[in-house]
Every structure is written in structure tokens, then in C-alpha cells.
Design a binder for this molecule. Structure first.
Ligand SMILES: [Zn+2]
Length: 404
């Protein structure tokens, strides 16, 4: 989820962007061969982060049937061969210091349970890797859950236990602002210089109870502190590589990827264009600055603010990234630390109209498989990327907790 994306305010970027040549996005037609479609169907596909619960909260739709908008629904998931999308229990940073964050997390979990209750012949909650595998055999789509933002814990380990009982199997420690657990990559105040004292305790408690640590969104210092403290591998549920988006701390740099590799963890690549290519990030900065300029000129009540992004897109077309660029991120992780440490964390339903050409919704996974085949990944490698790696980490976390 990146809707509350704070942006820098360098007016120069607008000028640079407006004078830059138009983005020549290659209109390559991505399509999948029979072989790629078969691999997508026969392999378990786990996606680290899909924002269905918040989408449904904002505008209710029945995702057990075909839906008009959005990136996920049952028919498209079946078409794409998606088997276990982690449902993001996303709590906005605006609720960080309020017990309402705990309430909202429970309500979002209720909404995932409601999806399953409405269509038990299609979906099932999954609380373990073995449930994901068993439900795959039965032809059910698993809905494991991860909590995006640790604020619902409100510093109380009883909440950790309650959320574990309800099925939360990873927690993204912070979102767009420092919370009571950790600093955030988007929040330059660096309140804790990494993790808070409670955050440091929480790492051990999450290891002991069997909830994966998700280091997406946290600051670099917080990442390194988590790696020092954890006894088991961690995940980045939806992050890409900073190498391709210089200066964007929300993505991971090479040094962090190497640490993650030593830890045995997995970075699950985010598809959102601003995570994949620097042009998309620059475009968003340009949008923000243009909006600020309008507010300065015409005030907060300007009618032009209502459809501002839509109008801006007409003047400055959005520079969508491409499936090929997403594959470059996967390749680079493999080059740095090997095939065992990369997965998929699309951020479908969380990044609005910013998805790459060739990966527009959950029906697109066969295109991804095709791209991997074209780059000479073996079937065994592809299986690791699609689910093997993250299921391995999840199993390690579960096994460790069982002995503690
Ligand atoms: Zn997010």
C-alpha cells in the first residue's frame, strides 16, 4: 500500500521532468506460451502482499466473483494460477497512536474471513505452509494474512498473541511513519535511530510465537537491527531494489540484500512502477510539486484539485515500467545472493494505476513465468521464486517457534 506516500518537495524536479523527453515506453505485447501457463497452474504461487482487505473496506466488492476494477478477484486469480496471496491487513499511519488501529486490524481480518465464508468452495484462510500446500491440492485459493504496520499491537504482547491466533503470519513493523516499534523509510525524523526498545523486544517475541518479521517500509538502521536480533530468516513482503531507484530508501540496496542473503531471508519484489524504475518515482514527485504549486496559487479549495492526478496524467503521461524491468530486479538479487532469496510481492490493489506493462493484474503471472523462461531460469528456479523460497522461510519460522 503506497497511497499515503510522502514526497520530497524539490521544485526543480518538475522543471527537469517537464523538459525531459517524453517517456518512450516500449509497447511490447507480453503473452505467455502453453508451457508458461502450465507452470503457473501447476506451481504454488505465493504473493507476499495484496491489498484486497483495504480495497474492500474503501469500496465494497465481492471478490469471490469477477469485479470491474481492482487487480484481484477469484476468476482472475484462477486464470493467473495464483494460489496464496498474503492479504494485507493494512493500518494507516494516521492511526499509529490510537487503539483504533487495533480495531481496524480486527475488522480487516473479519473481512478476509467473510470472503472465505461467502465462498468456502473457492477460498480458505491459511495459517501454515502445510495448509497452503494442502489447500492447493484441494483446488482452494489460500488467504494467508500479513499485517502491514505493527501499530495495532499498541505495545501489548497480548495483542501479538491475539493476532497470531487470528492468523497473522507476518508483521511489517512500521508503515509510512515511525510508530512505537520502528522508524520508517519514508519518515525522515528517525525517532528511534532504528528500532524502539519495545521493537527490539518484539523481534524476539515474534521469533518465539512464529510470526515472520517483514522489513519492508522500515528505515535502513531498523533493518540492520532486526537482522542482528532475529534468530530466523526475515522477509521483505513487498520491496524492490534501490539500485534501479537511486535514493528511494523504501527499496533495498545491495548491501542490505547481501545481509538478507546471509540471514536466509527473501525479498519479494514489488511491481509498482515507482518501485521498479526511477522515472515513475520522478513522475510522482512532479505530480506532488505541481499540486503544491496549484494550492499556493489558487488555495486549498481550488476545484481543479478534484481530478488533479487525472488531468496531470493527460499533460505528463505516466511512465509505466515493464515486465522486463521487474525481471531485472529478480536477476539482480540472483546475481548478488543466489536464487534462494527472491520472491514476489506485487502490491496488487495497493499501488493504484501504476502497474507495469505485462503485469497489470493477478491474471498476469503466466507472463512473469514466460519472462523467467525467456531468461533461462529452470523450472526448479521458477518454483523457488514463485513460492519455494518464502514457504521455506515461513516453515523455518514455524519450526523455530515450535521449539520455543
Ligand atoms: Zn506497503
Amino acid at each position: 500500500m503506497t497511497r499515503r506516500f510522502p514526497l520530497s518537495s524539490c521544485a526543480l524536479v518538475v522543471a527537469a521532468l517537464l523538459s525531459a523527453p517524453a517517456f518512450a515506453t516500449e509497447q511490447k505485447n507480453y503473452s505467455a506460451s502453453e508451457q508458461a501457463i502450465a507452470i503457473a497452474k501447476e506451481t504454488i504461487i505465493v504473493d507476499g502482499h495484496i491489498d484486497v482487505p483495504y480495497r474492500v473496506k474503501e469500496k465494497w466488492v465481492d471478490v469471490t466473483k469477477a469485479t470491474e476494477g481492482g487487480d484481484f478477484d477469484y476468476p482472475r486469480a484462477v486464470k493467473g494460477g495464483l494460489n496464496a496471496p498474503f492479504m494485507s491487513i493494512y493500518v494507516p499511519a494516521s492511526l499509529d497512536n490510537s487503539p483504533e488501529s487495533t480495531q481496524l486490524a480486527h475488522e480487516l481480518i473479519d473481512s478476509v474471513e467473510a470472503i472465505v465464508a461467502r465462498a468456502p468452495d473457492k477460498f480458505a484462510i491459511a495459517k501454515s505452509p502445510s495448509e497452503v500446500k494442502a489447500q492447493f491440492e484441494k483446488g482452494l485459493i489460500s488467504l494467508p494474512m500479513g499485517m502491514e504496520n505493527g501499530s495495532p499491537l499498541q505495545g501489548d504482547l497480548a495483542n501479538l498473541e491475539a493476532f497470531y491466533e487470528r492468523g497473522i503470519r507476518y508483521i511489517t513493523l512500521a508503515h509510512s511513519q515511525a510508530n512505537h516499534i520502528s522508524d520508517s523509510s519514508y519518515d525522515l525524523r528517525r525517532k528511534w535511530k532504528g528500532l524502539s526498545p519495545f521493537g527490539k523486544t518484539l523481534v524476539t517475541e515474534m521469533n518465539n510465537i512464529g510470526i515472520m518479521l517483514d522489513i519492508s517500509h522500515v528505515s535502513d538502521d531498523a533493518f540492520y537491527q532486526v537482522i542482528e536480533l532475529t534468530k530466523v530468516p526475515v522477509i521483505a513482503s513487498h520491496s524492490s531494489l534501490r539500485r534501479f531507484t537511486p535514493g528511494f530508501e523504501r527499496n533495498m540496496n545491495d548491501e542490505m540484500i547481501k545481509k538478507l542473503g546471509e540471514n536466509g531471508g527473501v525479498v519479494m519484489i514489488n511491481f509498482g512502477s515507482s518501485f521498479v524504475s526511477k522515472q515513475a518515482g520522478q513522475w510522482r514527485t512532479g505530480l506532488t510539486n505541481a499540486k503544491k504549486a496549484l494550492i499556493e496559487k489558487e488555495g486549498e479549495d481550488s476545484p481543479k484539485l478534484a481530478n488533479f492526478e487525472e488531468e496531470y496524467r493527460k499533460t505528463v503521461p505516466y511512465p509505466y515500467s515493464t515486465l522486463d524491468e521487474v525481471l531485472d530486479h529478480i536477476d539482480h538479487v540472483v546475481e548478488l545472493v543466489g536464487i534462494e532469496h527472491v520472491g514476489i510481492g506485487s502490491d496488487y490493489d495497493g499501488v493504484g494505476d501504476s502497474l507495469p506493462i505485462g503485469l497489470k493484474d493477478v491474471a498476469s503471472f503466466p507472463n512473469l513465468v514466460q519472462g523467467l523462461l525467456d531468461r533461462d531460469y529452470t523450472r526448479a528456479d521458477i518454483e523457488k521464486i514463485l513460492s519455494g523460497n518464502v514457504l521455506r522461510v515461513w516453515q523455518q519460522v514455524e519450526t523455530y517457534a515450535a521449539s520455543h
